[in-house]
Design a protein around this ligand. Structure first.
Ligand code: GDP
Length: 299
């Protein structure tokens, strides 16, 4: 919570000082409400959300004065309402052996690190974990995943750089089934520069994995970097079409995050948000908590 609060401090202090600047010694009217809406849009909350908050603030108070703290409380309430509908733990169906999780997202979003953190979490819960180094495009990604495997006691299935990712995923699932492994996490490439190639690859991985288990993958998690702001919206769009995303993880909420974007995404897509990343360490993954997040954004 401390790191989340610190990470979102830039967002919350710009919203907070903006609200104080607007409503101190001024009445609530069209001008001040419009200024409020602008601040919320600038904080990446999205137009729909900004409009809704502004309407909630304005309701019944027109031409009256309002305390900035009250505006912030309304904002926090509206944000929490949106986030509560998407805050959902990742449920592992233990009847699936393995429960297959496909991890997608652009390079640098924190995908490999999140796989390591998830492996750690599942291991701590007493589950056996296998990792498939499916980002075969980058040697560094294969190496990085192997390190996470060693660190967390998860077996890593890897091939040389440039190998067919779908073939690797197929083999990994076969081995995980044969060894009755509880969870299989499949890493994937994130080259948005080559959208058609990436889409073909993700589709092939899914198709091939279904040959061994027609219900797989059981979760498709999109990893989003909170510092990229509005870009995250198009990533949800693109990966949603490519891979049928079932849930989100937002990383780097400890840095100079633009946390408002998560609210806009929740509002626009309604996809479950499972976890947030609050650091580079193996334990820096938290279940997503709507109220905490709303408080951290609204200040
Ligand atoms: P990938 O290319 O998507 O696999 O991304 P990586 O997992 O390699 O992560 C890219 C960089 O972001 C690395 O330096 C990670 O340590 C860092 N990173 C990942 N998650 C977080 C997080 O939650 N907070 C911070 N501060 N850094 C993170």
């Amino acid at each position: 919570w401390q790191r989340l609060k610190a990470g979102l401090s830039r967002t919350s202090s710009s919203i907070g000082s903006g609200i104080a600047g607007i409503f101190t010694r001024r009445k609530l009217d069209d001008t001040t409400l419009e200024e409020l809406e602008d601040i919320l849009i600038q904080a990446d909350l999205g137009v729909a959300m900004a409009t809704r908050v502004t309407e909630a603030v304005g309701k019944g108070r027109y031409d009256k004065s309002i305390e900035p703290e009250e505006v912030k409380a309304i904002l926090a309430r509206e944000i929490a309402a949106v986030l509560e509908s998407v805050a959902r733990p990742l449920a592992i169906d233990t009847a699936k052996k393995p429960f297959v999780i496909l991890m997608v997202g652009v390079n640098g979003s924190g995908k490999t690190t999140t796989i390591g953190k998830l492996a750690q979490k599942f291991r701590a819960e007493g589950r056996s974990v296998m990792l498939a180094a499916g980002d075969t495009f980058r040697a560094a990604a294969i190496e990085q995943l192997s390190v996470w495997g060693e660190r967390t006691g998860a077996r890593v299935i890897r091939r040389e750089q440039g190998a067919d990712a779908a073939g690797l995923a197929f083999d990994a699932l076969k081995e995980a089934q044969e060894s009755a492994t509880d969870v299989l996490l499949i890493d994937t490439a994130g080259r948005l520069q080559n959208k058609a190639g990436l889409m073909a690859e993700l589709e092939k991985i899914i198709r091939v994995v279904r040959k061994r288990d027609e219900s797989a993958p059981h979760a498709v998690l999109l990893v989003l970097d909170a510092t990229t702001g509005q870009n995250a919206i198009s990533q949800v769009d693109i990966f949603g079409q490519m891979a049928g995303v079932t849930g989100l993880v937002m990383t780097k909420l400890d840095g100079t995050a633009r946390g408002g974007i998560l609210v806009a995404i929740a509002d626009k897509f309604g996809l479950p948000v499972h976890f947030i990343g609050v650091g580079e360490g193996v334990d820096d993954l938290e279940p997503f908590a709507a109220t905490d997040f709303a408080r951290a954004v609204a200040g």
